[in-house]
Structures are given as C-alpha cells and as structure tokens.
Ligand binder design. Structure first.
Ligand code: SAM
Length: 259
C-alpha cells in the first residue's frame, strides 16, 4: 500500500483516508458483504475498504476521481478482480456499470458532495438495493431528524421523501489521515417502499420545500403565497405554521395540491 504520507492529499476531493484497522473491520461487519453481492464503492482512495470487501463478494467496482490513486489501485495485484473506473461518480449511470445491478453502494464519501451523491442515488433508485456511507455526523443528524427539531430542514424533507436513513455508529476525527475538523457517522440508506413523490412531481416538490425553508422563521402563508394553494389544502394544513413543524407527508400533500 502507498504510505498515506506519500500521497498529496487533495482537499477539493475530500481526501481523508481511514487509518484504523479496528474501525475498518467494524465498517466491514456493518456492511456485512455476502457471496452473491455486487458492490460499488465510491472513492476507494488507497483501497483501505476495497481490500477488505473484495475477497468477500462476487462482483466489485470502484469509482475514483483522482488519476494518481486510480493508477496506484490498478497496479495492486490483490485488487485485480475489482473494476476500477476513473470518473466523477456523479457522471456514472449505474446501469452502465461493468458489474450486475442492483448494486449495494458503499463508501467513505467526499463530504463536500454528500447531497449531490444522495440525489444521484435517488435518481437511479431502480439500480441499487442498499447503501452504506460514511458522512459528516452533523449531516447524518439532519438526515435522521424529526420535525420540530433544530436539525430538521430542507435536506431532511427532500431525502426523507425517498429514503429511510439510519445512523449505524459515529466516528471521531482521529482515525483519519489527515484528521478532519468534523466528526463522522456511518449511515445505512434504503429506499422507501412507496415513495410518494412521482418522478414528474419532483421539481414542484423541490420548489415548495426550498421556498418554505428559505425563511425558516416565517409562516408558510408568507413563504408559500406565490404557489396559490387551494382552500382544501389550507383546511388540512394551518398556514400559520413554520416550515420545521410540517411532517414530510404534509410537504408531499402540499406538492399534490391541485388547483
Ligand atoms: N475510501 C478511502 C478511505 O476510506 O480511506 C478514501 C475516502 S476519501 C474520504 C474520499 C475519496 O473519494 C477520495 O479518494 C477522493 O479522491 C474520492 N473522490 C472525491 N470526489 C469524487 C468524485 N466526484 N467521484 C469519485 N471519487 C471522488
């Protein structure tokens, strides 16, 4: 393995590598890779997780944006059965992967593109079954928070309409090289059985949620005025409420209100 100290860490690609054997084992136990699995890893870095998961599964691919890391990974004899793809993950269509789908997606993902990666997953939801990501703890809390709390917001509603998120465990900064400023958490993501927002309703739903949370302290009647909601929905949802008090289901019913 390249000694992490020899690698020039690129902050713009969120490069904080895992350097704790016990933690890596715990992550692998949590992912629980199985014989028949087809695993896609986002951001393999120097392969700390890849080398532990590859021997346990039938198919594995890993997408890495850094050309130097790809070059290194491709020279490793113990990783020759993994398909390495040099690409920005956000440009990858899951159905075009060189491994069978649906895949289980894993990764200690670059924290600066956590939301785009979550929306990328939602857009391709037929092609994956389950995901385990390491993300910033504060973002994990936003994803799992309930209405009425401080961390409940636009991201909670937008992601919660499609995915169920569970925090598996949290991780301190000192297990990474270089050490990040923030705490991390491993989350498990699965698709909601019946996602209530249809594909053609997504943009409208997104606009309503964005407008409602654009001014968190304001009542809905001020922020959502321009949408021209019907009296029927106004009888069901009190527009003097603030956005953080609405459940995800209530936001969905706003987006389905027909004039
Ligand atoms: N998996 C390794 C580990 O745990 O030690 C590295 C994790 S590091 C937090 C994130 C990795 O994602 C880096 O290797 C980085 O180069 C890669 N990366 C960043 N942006 C990416 C993108 N848009 N597409 C694919 N890989 C990306």
């Amino acid at each position: 393995m390249i000694k992490s100290t020899q690698h020039t860490f690129r902050k713009k690609w969120g490069q904080n590598f895992l350097a704790d054997t016990n933690l890596l084992r715990k992550i692998v136990r949590t992912i629980n890779p199985q014989n028949g699995d087809s695993i896609l890893e986002i951001g393999p870095g120097e392969g700390a997780l890849t080398e532990r998961i590859l021997p346990l599964v039938d198919h594995m691919a890993a997408i890495e944006i850094d050309p130097k890391l790809i070059k290194y990974l491709q020279t490793r004899d113990d990783l020759k059965d993994c398909h390495f793809i040099h690409k920005d993950v956000l440009w990858q269509e899951l159905e075009e992967l060189p491994i069978p789908t649906p895949v289980r997606v894993i990764g200690n993902i670059p924290y600066n593109i956590t939301s785009p990666i979550l929306f990328w997953l939602i857009e391709q939801k037929e092609h994956w079954s389950e995901a385990f990501f390491m993300i910033q703890k504060e973002v994990a809390e936003r994803l799992t928070s309930v209405e009425g709390t401080k961390s409940y917001g636009r991201l909670t509603v937008m992601i919660g309409a499609f995915l169920d998120v569970e925090i598996c465990f949290t991780i301190p900064p000192d297990v990474f090289i270089p050490k990040p400023k923030v705490k991390s958490a491993i989350v498990r993501l699965i698709k909601k059985k019946n996602s209530l927002v249809e594909e053609n309703e997504f943009d409208h739903f997104e606009k309503i949620v964005r407008a409602a949370f654009s001014r968190r302290r304001k009542m809905l009647r001020n922020t959502l005025e321009c949408f021209g909601f019907t009296d029927t929905i106004k009888e069901k949802i009190d527009f003097s409420r603030r956005p953080e008090t609405l459940t995800i289901e209530e936001f969905i019913s706003l987006s389905k209100d027909k004039k």
